[in-house]
Design a protein around this ligand. Structure first.
Ligand code: SAH
Length: 223
């Protein structure tokens, strides 16, 4: 019995090994990701464990993958790029992620920030993700089923807020929940989307446009 299980699992093993992940990290470096802490976190988190087994062999390709409920896990490059922009070389205290999805980005964030809060609007997706994250015992990650376009006031302010879905306009609540010096990384737009960074300075918000991106929409309310 055990033998037959092994035979089924074996073909995928090469694609989900540490070596495959190391190659992914080399590609990230070649694509311009320079933050060592981000690269180390991407090397450590087993991306294949966050998608269904049927597509685990594609986990280290540089592409987005389906995670159910019409949602996708972002490609490795965009995850790395967004966290690099969020960090901007700083030590991160408290971070909020909007759009937990399969929990992959949250797991990477938990390795670069002291404390991570991640919120998801789809209850069933979040329950599946909770079950998947449980054995990983990530002690500095808190999940909540709520509409993240309102942020998460109970733990605000945040040194960084990262949004994994595209907003038609930047939600005011997220700007309000940024600590001084804090950074918001968010895709903005409906058809044409741009990745934007907003930094809270003394009395002003500094906005910059980074690059064109493609994300699922940020929706209001919970499901
Ligand atoms: N970071 C995720 C990416 C998931 S895709 C990962 O690593 O898998 C974006 C997610 O944002 C989806 O799961 C979607 O349901 C969620 N989402 C969209 N609008 C939201 C909102 N207003 N509040 C919370 N989550 C939202």
């Amino acid at each position: 019995m055990a033998g037959s299980v092994k035979a089924v699992v074996a073909p995928g093993i090469g694609m989900t090994s540490d070596r495959t992940r190391a190659r992914m990290v080399e590609r990230l470096r070649a694509s311009g990701i320079a933050d060592q802490k981000v690269l180390a976190a991407m090397l450590a988190v087993p991306r294949h464990a966050f998608v269904d087994e049927a597509i685990a062999s594609r986990a280290y390709d540089d592409s987005a993958l389906p995670i159910g409920w019409g949602q996708t896990i972002s490609a490795p490059y965009i995850v790395a790029r967004m966290i690099e922009l969020l960090r901007n070389g700083r030590k991160l205290g408290k971070v909020l992620e909007v759009g937990t999805g399969c929990g992959y980005q949250a797991a990477v964030l938990a390795r670069v920030a002291h404390e991570v809060y991640s919120v998801e609007r789809i209850g069933q997706l979040l329950e599946k993700t909770r079950a998947r994250l449980w054995p990983l015992k990530i002690r500095n990650l808190r999940l909540k089923h709520t509409d993240g376009s309102l942020g998460l006031p109970e733990a605000a302010p945040y040194d960084g807020i990262i949004v994994a879905a595209a907003a038609a306009a930047i939600p005011q609540a997220l700007l309000d929940q940024l600590a001084p010096g804090g950074r918001l990384v968010i895709p903005v737009g409906v058809d044409e989307q741009q990745l934007m960074v907003v930094e809270r300075r003394e009395d002003e918000l500094m906005k910059s446009v980074i690059e064109s991106v493609r994300f699922v929409p940020l929706l209001e309310d919970t499901a």
